[in-house]
Design a protein around this ligand. Structure first.
Ligand code: EPU
Length: 406
């Protein structure tokens, strides 16, 4: 286990470039298993979750190599495998093996899919996608001897189930329709990849029409990570600095700026994003699937609310508030009632705290960098699962942060 040692209190200034999106990269890595060829992925972030995902595709015999900014995955010769639990449980995206291996090997396995443990994380919609294509599910074993075209109506928006449904439809000969798709930017990245691998996809609002078949190698560029961008912007505001964030499509973050601008923060920047000034009134957010306020940014905006108060209504993961207990160590006061948290204006102080999950851990890093003095954040690996070279990037804009292994 490692920790971050942080000396906070200094405003951060300069330009910080975001890396490729974690949640854009993971579906593409797993989707390569459904293809027969060499895929080229540009701008893949070097983060913990991506490393585990690459080890998982290697467990099926994929060959992976990097050349500069490009990662190549050769999936021409694969064989069925049952990868060890130690590779399955660290990440939620291992659920994408369901769709990808069903296409490639006509079978899949229900495993202890992991990831951040902030809420129950059911897989009923993933199984619904498999069954709609003709899968037979018996205990943990899934067989799909004939992949049939399907029409699917998801009752709620699920990023993961949409990923599996798209991979299944792309690998299936004929036309499939998926209604009720999630439309997060990372879904578009997967669609771009699957199109380049040889299938046709029309995607409008929440409906996908997919004409699939045998897929070859594809090529895609992973766009900048909107959650990483939001994290740097939050840091900039809370430390009283001025960070320019580049490498991301600023429109994807509209729902993030809106409540901040309403509270008096100013926006600047061309080709990059900069938020200036502090909120002068309370910030209120309600999470929702894209284009709503991203649930992954609610732990990130919480420390910013310690300036002039605010509230969070969580509608995606009702239990995603474990980090508030840890923020309390930094003197950030809050009250939780059901799925609504209120954050009160507070004077942030340094603390020793433990990252409860990826985004909750980043909230602690943000609080520690704003607190005047020395803080420690245990379980730092959890944050490095999703943020590439975080201490190095932040050191370049004036932060004092070190990752230390115990
Ligand atoms: N849901 C079901 N049944 C299912 C699947 C989901 O009821 O079979 C429900 C969930 O309980 C939840 C809602 O649907 O209430 C949305 O879950 P979704 O499936 O969209 O989440 P996910 O695919 O498991 C991804 C991201 C999460 C992000 C959510 C929501 C990846 C690898 N993970 O998870 O990202 O919070 O979408 O946007 O893409 C993170 O990056 O820190 C992270 C947790």
């Amino acid at each position: 286990m490692g920790k971050f040692r942080i000396v906070g209190g200094a405003p951060l200034f300069g330009t910080v470039k975001v890396s490729g999106s974690k949640n854009g990269a993971l579906p593409v890595i797993f989707a390569t298993l459904a293809t027969y060829g060499i895929s080229k992925i540009i701008n893949l972030p070097d983060i913990g979750d991506v490393r585990v995902a690459l080890s998982l595709v290697e467990a099926y015999g994929a060959k992976v190599w990097r050349e500069g900014d490009c990662t190549f995955i050769d999936t021409r010769e694969l064989k069925w495998a049952s990868p060890p639990e130690s590779l399955i449980t660290p990440l939620r995206a291992s659920t994408y093996l369901l769709g990808a291996t069903a296409v490639r090997f006509e079978r899949a396995e229900i495993r202890c899919f992991g990831g951040c443990n902030f809420s129950p994380r059911p897989i009923d919609l993933h199984l619904m996608a498999l069954e709609s294509h003709g899968a037979e599910i018996s205990g943990k074993d899934i067989r799909l001897p004939k992949l049939l075209p399907s029409t699917l109506d998801f009752p709620i928006r699920s990023v993961g189930a949409t990923v599996n449904a798209l991979i299944l439809a792309a690998g299936c000969q004929g036309e499939s329709i998926i209604n009720g798709c999630a439309s997060e930017p990372h879904i578009q990245t997967l669609i771009d990849y699957l199109r380049s691998a040889g299938c046709e996809i029309e995607f409008e609002n929440d409906r996908a029409r997919v004409r699939g078949g045998t897929l070859g190698g594809g090529e895609v560029r992973i766009p900048g990570d909107m959650i990483e961008a939001g994290s740097f912007l939050a840091l900039s505001i809370l430390t009283g600095g001025s960070l320019r964030v580049s490498g991301v499509n600023y429109r994807e973050l509209n729902s993030f700026y809106e409540p901040l601008l309403l509270a008096g923060v100013r926006m600047a920047g061309e080709g990059s994003i900069e938020l200036r000034g502090a909120p002068r009134s309370a910030i209120h957010v309600k999470t929702a699937p894209y284009p709503g306020f991203p649930t992954d940014l609610q732990p990130i905006i919480a420390p910013v609310m310690s300036i002039s108060g605010g509230s969070i209504d969580e509608t995606v993961w009702c239990g995603r508030f474990g980090y508030l207990r840890e923020l309390a160590r930094f003197n950030i006061a809050s009250r939780l009632v059901g799925s609504r948290a209120e954050i009160f204006p507070s004077e942030i102080a340094p603390a020793i705290a433990t990252a409860p999950d990826l985004r909750g851990g980043m909230a602690l890093v943000i609080a520690a960098l704003a607190a005047d003095g020395e803080s420690e954040i245990e379980n730092a690996e959890c944050v490095l699962r999703g943020y590439e070279r975080l201490p190095q990037k932040l050191s370049l804009v004036g932060a004092e942060i070190k990752y230390c292994r115990d």
